[in-house]
Write a protein that binds this ligand. Structure first.
Ligand SMILES: O=C(O)c1ccccc1N[C@@H]1O[C@H](COP(=O)(O)O)[C@@H](O)[C@H]1O
Length: 216
């Protein structure tokens, strides 16, 4: 079965259209004002219209207030939420209850102990997404979308939950190897398909999807 691909941080009709044409299975919109990929709910609503029925629409939030979750649910009607902050298992259950949408929980990892954290979300999150924990020395690090990879062997060979999304520093050149090492069925990319922070590159999107889907 080919690897499913999520292209995250899309913010223009051209890049959404290109991602869909290249075979993206999920598209992500970021609702986090500090991110260079942040979009308003009005913009996301227009972008979601292009993607609906062709790929799953994912709304990425970071420790979001209820009001934002309600606004995204009403205006954008995503298929899933992706919680990328410090949300507890209880908060994930609450986001799921209020929105009526399954929730992906991002876990930032650097060590085996971080990987083990995912267990706590087994009953409330629909899926776990592994991302790299940014080093403390990284100035102006975002809660994700930093283009940093982690040691893939930490989640390889049955060391993690059976189903997960792999992210963190993936790009067209390394995604096939990442799939091989981890056995990931779904991969997610943001920085690795950009020419500068927040500006997606259509050629890199195409190359990434082709490399990920050709990986098994
Ligand atoms: O992309 C962002 O700006 C972002 C902001 C806040 C939280 C998460 C964010 N992105 C997600 O981070 C991972 C890894 O991204 P990258 O490929 O290493 O740039 C991915 O899931 C993005 O969707």
């Amino acid at each position: 079965m080919p690897t499913d691909v999520k292209i995250c941080g899309l913010s223009t009709p051209e890049t959404v259209t290109a991602a869909l044409a290249a075979g993206a299975d999920l598209v992500g919109f970021v609702f986090f004002p500090k991110s260079p990929r942040n979009v308003s709910t009005a913009t996301a609503k227009d972008l979601a219209r292009i993607a609906r029925g062709k790929a799953k629409i994912v709304a990425l939030i970071v420790d979001a207030e209820d009001a934002l979750i309600d606004e995204i649910t009403r205006e954008v009607a995503p298929d899933l939420f992706q919680a990328h902050g410090g949300e507890t298992p209880e908060r994930i259950a609450e986001i799921n209850r209020r929105s009526g949408r399954p929730v992906i929980k991002a876990i930032k990892i650097k060590s085996d102990a971080d990987v083990a954290q995912a267990k706590a979300y087994e009953t409330t999150a629909a899926l776990i997404l592994y991302d790299a924990k940014a080093p403390e020395t990284l100035k102006n690090a975002l809660p994700g979308g930093n283009g940093i990879a982690f040691d893939w062997t930490l989640v390889g060979s049955g060391k993690s939950l059976p189903s997960f999304i792999l992210s963190g520093g993936l790009n067209p050149a390394n995604v096939a190897q990442a799939v091989k090492v981890t056995g990931a069925r779904i991969v997610d990319v943001s920085s690795g398909v950009e020419k500068s922070p927040g500006i997606k590159d259509i050629t890199l999107i195409r190359e990434f999807i082709a490399a990920a889907k050709g990986a098994r």
